[in-house]
Design a protein around this ligand. Structure first.
Ligand code: ARG
Length: 257
């Protein structure tokens, strides 16, 4: 995770961002601290990367890479504003002992790559290029399933899919094209179908350990759906970070050694 000490919205690279709207960095930090504490209370081993001034989106650590089997596939950002984050995260991975693979293709890490069991779901359409899907398949030795995102408000895969455990997900059908919907229904016949209302507060942008699911506290339908399926939803309010177009999952990068 990356503390949002330098968080603000000064450019617009997704529809959630409005540089005219004032942001409250100290509120963002307080809300982020709640998420951090929630993870610590769940017993997670949380590592922090130092925030860099001038990189206001660095708080969205999910985009810093994709880590599997101690291999860290680096990020290569779409927009120039975030490009320095790629090398910054790779430096961190290297120092932490991960086997870093420099990316040849544009990709935004766990924003667009989600591991479900042994399969990687991979988004494209707004950020990560589809050739990065092939690159990751080669590096990880996993099957990578390409999904086309079609709604600019759900520009990263982790805004439209929540991984719940090794076999199930929740997703927002309208964020995908017909082929994507068909694939998701085939792979996950029991998937939770999210409501548009919950998706509109980035409710799907959540982190699950297989039982505890940390979600946006405003995603009330999702909370109920999770409870009905035997999960334990834990709501956290990250309203200030939503102004940058990110939520719980965006602030979280999983380190799989
Ligand atoms: N402002 C950031 C961007 O547009 C938000 C990134 C959100 N991260 C995520 N994993 N969805 O790139």
């Amino acid at each position: 995770m990356c503390r949002p000490d330098h968080f603000t919205v000064v450019y617009r690279i997704n529809p959630w961002m409005d540089p005219q709207m004032p942001t409250d960095t100290s509120l963002a930090v307080r809300q982020w601290e709640t998420l951090y504490q929630t993870y610590l209370d769940l017993g997670f081993d949380v590592h922090l990367i130092d925030p860099i001034e001038g990189l206001p989106d660095m708080v969205y650590a999910a985009n810093g890479g994709f880590v599997i089997d101690n291999i860290a596939y680096g990020a290569s950002f779409t927009f120039v504003e975030r490009q320095p984050e790629g090398p910054a995260y790779m430096r961190w991975f290297r120092a932490a002992g991960f086997d870093v693979r420099e990316p040849a293709n544009v990709n935004e890490g766990e924003g667009d790559f989600l591991l479900v069991g042994d399969v990687i779901l991979a988004g494209t359409g707004f950020r990560s290029a589809s050739n990065s899907h092939e690159e990751l398949a080669e590096i990880s030795g996993r099957d990578v399933v390409t999904l086309n995102l079609v709604n600019p408000s759900f520009y990263h895969l982790d805004t439209a899919i929540a991984v719940l455990d090794d076999t199930n997900i929740a997703f927002l059908p309208s964020a995908f094209d017909e082929a994507g919907n068909a694939k998701l229904h085939e792979l996950f016949p029991d998937a939770i179908i999210a409501t548009e209302e919950d998706a509109a507060v980035l409710g799907l942008n959540s982190y699950s350990d297989g039982y505890n699911v940390v979600i946006a506290s405003r995603a009330k339908d999702f909370e109920r759906q999770l409870r009905e399926r035997g999960y334990n939803p834990i709501g956290v309010d990250l309203s200030e970070l939503l102004r940058g177009g990110g939520g719980v999952k965006c602030c979280t990068l999983e380190l799989r050694s």
